[in-house]
Design a protein around this ligand. Structure first.
Ligand code: SME
Length: 152
């Protein structure tokens, strides 16, 4: 079920953004499609790397997200520091989690890289269920993040 939803969602995102050149429009479309496709996703959005130490919120769907994240904080900051996907399937078990909502039980954060493989943003997906994220999410969300790369 999850795989099929991602296949439909990826195809929808591709067709909606194929002739789009604007970065914010692409990020907004990805956030919208993912948020509405998966019921457990309660926050879907991007944080942009605006300088060497700071992430600022970008296009997102869900309740308000914190506007600024310093790279030494949160799952998002760790994703940038390590340049690696972070899956936290029980956020209550990790001290460095930043809780923008008390509803969040698990989270996946992926680096968004430009065509020179430099990290430029992260895609953050929060779920209201424990153990929500697995290899299927990693595979398809990685492919979706790659759709952003050419727009930097
Ligand atoms: N949970 C993230 C912060 C962003 S809010 O979830 C939208 C973190 O720990 O970096």
């Amino acid at each position: 079920m999850k795989k099929e939803k991602y296949q439909v969602g990826l195809q929808t995102i591709r067709s909606l953004t194929e002739n789009e050149f604007d970065l914010v429009s692409v990020m907004s479309t990805i956030s919208c499609e993912l948020y509405h496709a998966f019921e457990p996703f309660i926050w879907v959005g991007f944080y942009r790397l605006v300088d060497k130490t700071t992430l600022k919120v970008g296009p997102y769907q869900g309740t308000h997200g914190c506007l600024t994240i310093n790279l030494d904080k949160g799952v998002c900051g760790k994703c940038v520091r390590e340049n690696a996907i972070q899956i936290e399937n029980d956020v209550s078990a990790i001290p460095h989690h930043i809780a923008c909502s008390s509803e969040t039980k698990s989270e996946i954060v992926l680096p968004v890289r430009d065509l020179k493989s430099r990290v430029r943003a992260v895609l953050d997906v929060d779920s209201n269920t424990i153990n929500c994220f697995d290899a299927i999410d990693k595979e398809y969300l990685t492919e979706i993040c790659a759709l952003v790369s050419p727009h930097y």
